[in-house]
Design a protein around this ligand. Structure first.
Ligand code: TXA
Ligand code: MG
Length: 310
């Protein structure tokens, strides 16, 4: 069996590998990303291959807080307001791209997804590289995103050059994506920056995630663990189902956190843990559809879609 890449806190080594066209898993506040420099198209191709991701699924360009964002995208007033208020942070903006963005990053689209992450380790990497870095979530295509260096190791450890350990992610679910190429802007993936926050910043109503998504790769089962996930609306319903399931399944687990921030932080680890324990089923309690609860519900619904449909 191939050796796994080292898990390390050696930032200088990560920078060196990226500068020389390697592929490194990096920590962000949302989830771990699989990074390659935009200047190295062969490294970007490797990112797609490691993930088994189709080449037409575009990637997010990650930039340092000090970088000139208008070299990468064209920011209208709304996009600028969101960038100034929310970056660095868990927000990705879709904006028209400039000529500096290669086709392989956008899958040939006219728009580019840009994010300035707040994780201090990755900010340091980006500052030193003085280049954009593509970084999809560092999991195999369709699997649950990683929120620790160990998760990355378990999924794709043998296919990357280095795993840079920045500790567990402080947000735990992927960034909010806002499409600023339309008026009004539209949320295409809910996240920790909520619709209410965005509407407050823009002082206007925006379109929410309902209707067909315009972000490719938002498949119904995109965040699926390998075991069935059943959703319930209350802790009480979850407990009832658990006791009935005890007769049906060998082992199952109930996922629930009262506090929404904690729910998001632990969600993917809870799902992976259930897989590792080889449980037969997961029951998850849907949080209320407000604030961060909307993003958690979105990920839970995707996690349950694949297996319950079978
Ligand atoms: O929190 C995050 O956003 C993490 C961390 C690592 O930064 N990254 C992440 O990347 O979730 P990824 O590739 O797993 O998800 C990015 C989503 C994909 O569904 C992709 O289709 C969409 O963003 N996307 C990227 N560029 C796009 C574009 N130009 N137009 C439409 N959708 C785009
Ligand atoms: Mg992903």
């Amino acid at each position: 069996m191939a050796n796994s890449a080292p898990i390390t806190t050696d930032v200088a080594r990560a920078i060196d590998i990226l500068q020389h066209g390697g592929v490194v898993a990096i920590p962000t506040e949302t989830v771990y990303g699989l990074a390659a420099c935009v200047a190295h198209p062969e490294a970007i191709r490797r990112v797609f291959d490691v993930k088994h991701r189709p080449y037409d699924h575009p990637l997010i360009v990650h930039l340092a807080p000090t970088s000139a964002i208008d070299e990468w995208g064209i920011f209208n007033d709304d996009a600028l307001k969101l960038a100034v208020t929310c970056w660095p942070g868990p927000l990705t903006l879709l904006v028209p791209r400039t000529a500096s963005v290669p086709d392989i990053v956008t899958g040939g689209r006219d728009s580019v997804a840009i994010r300035v992450p707040s994780h201090h380790v990755t900010q340091h990497v980006l500052e030193q590289l003085r280049d954009g870095v593509v970084a999809p979530s560092a999991n195999t295509f369709g699997h649950v995103s990683p929120t620790t260096a160990q998760h990355v190791h378990d999924d794709i450890g043998t296919s990357v050059d280095l795993i840079l350990d920045g500790g567990p992610c402080s947000v735990g679910i992927e960034s909010t994506i806002v499409d600023c190429t339309t008026s009004p802007p539209q949320i295409v993936r809910p996240g920790a920056i909520t619709q209410h926050e965005i509407e407050t910043i823009l002082a206007t109503k925006i379109a929410d995630t309902s209707g067909p998504s315009r972000a490719p790769g938002m498949l119904a089962s995109h965040y699926a663990p390998r075991i069935p996930v059943e959703l319930v609306d209350s802790l009480r319903a979850g407990r009832d189902l658990m006791s009935r399931y005890k007769r049906k399944y060998r082992h199952c687990v109930l996922i629930h956190h009262e506090d929404l921030t904690e729910y998001a932080i632990h969600l993917y680890d809870d799902l992976r843990h259930a897989e590792d324990m080889d449980y037969d089923g997961i029951i998850a309690v849907l949080p209320p559809a407000e604030g961060l609860g909307i993003a958690i519900r979105d990920r839970l619904q995707k996690a349950s879609a694949a297996k319950t449909a079978q």
